[in-house]
Design a protein around this ligand. Structure first.
Ligand code: ZN
Length: 148
């Protein structure tokens, strides 16, 4: 499934390349043997599936891995999210979720500290695609809830 065929979304070329790079070469993809938490979610409007697993020690996300399938936006978002939260404290992860959600509501400035995730800011203009981008983040939110 490519961005072109499954999503009639016109994104800035540079951002599109970042998204497609994460989609084709996902970071942090895989499963953990003894995760502290594991959450499965799917997005029925698009068919995206995500399993997120975290290994947490002393309040820090030591490992973040995802597995799944679906459109380029859902999978790239999961790859960028897992890469971004690994090594962060739970409080820092909460802050990153908060910023990403603000960016998905159209607040571009909220994404400025989010690295590659900034590439997804244009998705905010497409409500159906926002669900794709948020799927991995909902899995992260539920994971943090289960840990608390
Ligand atoms: Zn999708």
């Amino acid at each position: 499934m490519s961005l072109e065929s499954s999503h009639p979304v016109q994104l800035n070329e540079l951002y599109r390349e970042v998204i497609m790079d994460h989609y084709r070469r996902p970071r942090n993809k895989g499963t953990l043997e003894n995760p502290s938490v594991s959450v499965d979610l799917h997005n029925p409007t698009c068919g995206d599936e995500i399993t997120l697993q975290l290994l947490v020690r002393d309040g820090t996300i030591q490992k973040a891995r995802f597995a799944g399938r679906g459109c380029s936006i859902s999978q790239a978002s999961a790859s960028m999210m897992a890469q971004q939260v690994e090594g962060k404290t739970l409080a820092e992860a909460e802050e990153i979720i908060h910023r990403f959600k603000r960016m998905m509501r159209g607040d571009e400035a909220a994404g400025e500290t989010l690295g590659d995730l900034m590439a997804l800011h244009g998705v905010a203009k497409f409500p159906v695609r926002v669900k794709c981008a948020l799927l991995a983040w909902e899995a992260l939110e539920r994971s943090l809830e289960q840990l608390s």
